[in-house]
Design a protein around this ligand. Structure first.
Ligand SMILES: [Zn+2]
Length: 275
């Protein structure tokens, strides 16, 4: 991969203060690849890199070139969550640029600073506000750019399809996070969601409403599967996810386990269910 090569429709685009460098790791879970986001006020000498992506030298060099072509330097690297398709390149990019890595998970950090809800990072010359959005994973955050009315959503909201609840995630947390983003969309008039994978979403409120409706629908389908006698994720997945590509069924099992935990917490499980 060379710095001149355009690799996809979202590559090089974004909002006034957020620019995407698309990583060459397309796949069923990563869609077109991981979106690495460069955040900077126009004219700023410094940039925040959100989600360096996989440990791919060519990609990290493209990130460096995209920063250098505007006579900028990387001030800090920030992770939306710990999954390797977002985080694996962070140590190498930190080494290449000298920038620290800020993350919710202490194991992902390089340097003295963590990342918490309410933090406001100004290293790119504009505000980047940290919003707690656990659910996909326990350490997931979203990053609000008020000046662009945009939010970087990591894997909490994807550019296509819907997100998966990983085994360290929680459906209750996830629903709360979607409601938090939905409220922000109303309160601040959000105009764009910038996902960790896939294209920019120009109707944040509509997308979040769809996600919330989809989750409610899936829960009802799992309740119906339990009522029909299913007792394990392996039985529930083929019934509830019949329309979904079989290659995604292992990930669907994670989501079903999360839904069973959610129903168990609410005393809604019939006897004999295991996951
Ligand atoms: Zn991802």
């Amino acid at each position: 991969m060379t710095a001149e090569q355009a690799v996809g429709p979202i590559d090089g685009s974004g909002t006034g203060r957020a620019r995407c460098v698309l990583a060459p790791n397309p796949g069923m879970m990563t869609l077109d690849g991981t979106n690495t986001w460069l955040i900077a006020e126009p004219g700023s000498a410094t940039v925040i890199v959100v989600d360096p992506g996989p440990d791919d030298v060519g990609h990290l060099e493209r990130v460096r070139a995209a920063v250098a072509e505007r006579d900028q330097r990387v001030a800090v690297i920030v992770l939306t969550h710990r999954h390797l398709d977002h985080s694996a390149g962070a140590p190498r990019l930190a080494e290449l640029t000298g920038a620290p890595v800020r993350a919710v998970d202490p194991a992902q950090r390089l340097g003295p600073l963590g990342l918490s809800a309410g933090d406001v990072l100004t290293d790119g010359g504009c505000e980047l506000r940290v919003i707690e959005t656990p659910g996909h994973t326990s350490d997931s955050v979203s990053l609000h750019i008020p000046a662009d009315d945009a939010v970087l959503t990591g894997d909490t909201v994807l550019g296509r399809g819907t997100a998966v609840i990983a085994d360290d995630g929680s459906l209750a947390d996830y629903l709360e996070s979607l409601h938090r983003l939905r409220l922000l969309a109303d309160q601040t008039g959000l105009r764009a969601l910038l996902p960790g994978h896939g294209p920019l979403l120009a109707d944040p409120a509509g997308v979040l409403d769809f996600y919330l409706a989809h989750r409610a629908e899936r829960l009802d389908e799992v309740r119906a599967a339990l009522a029909a006698g299913d007792r394990t994720p392996a039985e529930i997945v083929p019934r509830v996810y019949a329309a979904v590509d079989r290659g995604l069924w292992p990930f669907a099992e994670s989501s079903v386990r999360a839904q069973l935990r959610y129903l168990a917490d609410r005393g809604e499980l019939p006897p004999g269910v295991s996951w």
